[in-house]
Design a protein around this ligand. Structure first.
Ligand code: SF4
Ligand code: SF4
Length: 356
């Protein structure tokens, strides 16, 4: 498994040009270099060289990173900041009892007992049989919302959905730096994949998609890393676009879309929104800027999060649409929290399935 010292060369390749400052939503509010990649890398270089010690303060700066990846896209050195921040968080995790306790609570109570209890209230949807089959990874979102929407959409396009009970994708453990815990999620995912022997996996949640795609890089076991390289992981909209499948809504609807940071296939969602009959898609300004939530960990940074979100709210209102769609449970919660009843927020897949 990768460690912070393995990223030494990447950290050293930062030229300190400062371009990351111009796109970082956190830096725009704090104006503090310690909250953006350039500053993070200066601190982490000190840590690797032994000039600095891991501390609560340093961890707070790492925690402020939303892991949105916006700076990576602009970085002339192409440094993958999210991987480096996670590796640094893993160093802090090793030293912090508080982080271990929080991780334990997340693993066993929030994304364990609570989510499993919610799933008891939802019945599994039986898929129709077709020649084409996909394995659906619903994650926690499907345990809250059920899997009816995905089955309905895919079946109406002539695709069978195999939907076993997967455990959480583990993204909150990953961003906290609990890489051992994250590896348990990877092992459980691989076990189910082997049982069903289907290598076409689709997801609807952006966070699950990001985690699943990260599995092959962060798995401890080489055998698992190699196995995962043979698995195709796609957002269902990527799958739909690739197969040129089209849907039609029963009644016309006008919507806008908030792009979660974790998806890198927005083009497929845009294609889907523009090619669904009776659906009018209004693109909002900065549709791809982070909602500010970063899972649930940013409640401790409420002021910064609120500032980031106010810009998002303004952009939503400018579209004049009643419905804001998104494809990440975290973004959905964040958008709802700040909506002040000015618009409705829906999961993209549930919204579409309810109207076909
Ligand atoms: S854009 Fe990249 S190279 Fe430039 S300061 Fe930021 S992290 Fe360093
Ligand atoms: S990942 Fe996002 S929040 Fe973190 S430093 Fe880069 S732009 Fe800023």
């Amino acid at each position: 498994m990768k460690q912070l010292k393995d990223f030494k060369d990447n950290i050293h390749s930062c030229s300190k040009c400062g371009l990351c400052q111009s796109v970082c939503p956190v830096y725009k509010i704090t104006g503090n270099d310690c909250t953006v990649s350039r500053g993070h890398f200066i601190m982490l270089k000190g840590l690797i060289n032994g000039e600095l010690k891991m501390s609560k303060k340093l961890n707070r700066y790492l925690d402020l990173c939303l892991k949105c990846g916006a700076c990576t896209k602009f970085c002339p050195s192409g440094i993958d900041v999210v991987d480096i921040i996670v590796a640094a968080k893993a160093e802090y995790f090793k030293t912090s009892i508080k982080q271990k306790v929080l991780s334990f609570v997340q693993k066993y109570f929030i994304f364990g007992l609570l989510v499993d209890f919610c799933s008891l209230l939802k019945r599994k949807t039986k898929s129709k049989s077709f020649d084409k089959k996909v394995l659906y990874f619903g994650g926690c979102s499907a345990k809250f919302n059920g899997d009816r929407a995905v089955v309905k959409i895919m079946n109406s396009l002539g695709i069978e959905v195999i939907n076993p009970s997967f455990s959480c994708c583990g993204i909150s453990l990953f961003t906290r730096g609990d890489l051992k815990g994250f590896n348990k999620n990877i092992e459980s995912f691989v076990k189910i994949l082997k049982k069903y022997n289907i290598k076409d996996v689709v997801t609807t949640c952006a966070s699950c998609e990001k985690s699943l795609k990260d599995y092959s890089r962060w798995a401890e076991s080489e055998e698992i890393r190699e196995f995962l390289k043979t698995v195709s992981i796609k957002n269902i909209y990527e799958y739909i676009r690739e197969n040129n499948l089209k849907l039609s809504l029963k009644k016309p609807a006008k919507v806008t879309f908030h792009k979660p940071c974790n998806i890198d296939n927005y083009k497929d969602i845009e294609w889907f929104l523009q090619n669904t009959e009776n659906l009018e898609y209004i693109k909002m300004n900065d549709f791809d800027k982070c909602c500010g939530l970063n899972g649930i960990s940013k409640f401790s940074e409420y002021k910064i999060m609120t500032n980031i979100f106010e810009n998002k709210r303004e952009n939503i209102l400018k579209t004049g649409t009643k419905y804001v769609l998104t494809s990440c449970l975290g973004c959905e919660i964040s958008l709802k929290l700040f909506s002040r009843n000015s618009y409705q927020v829906h999961d993209l897949t549930n919204f579409i399935a309810g109207r076909i």
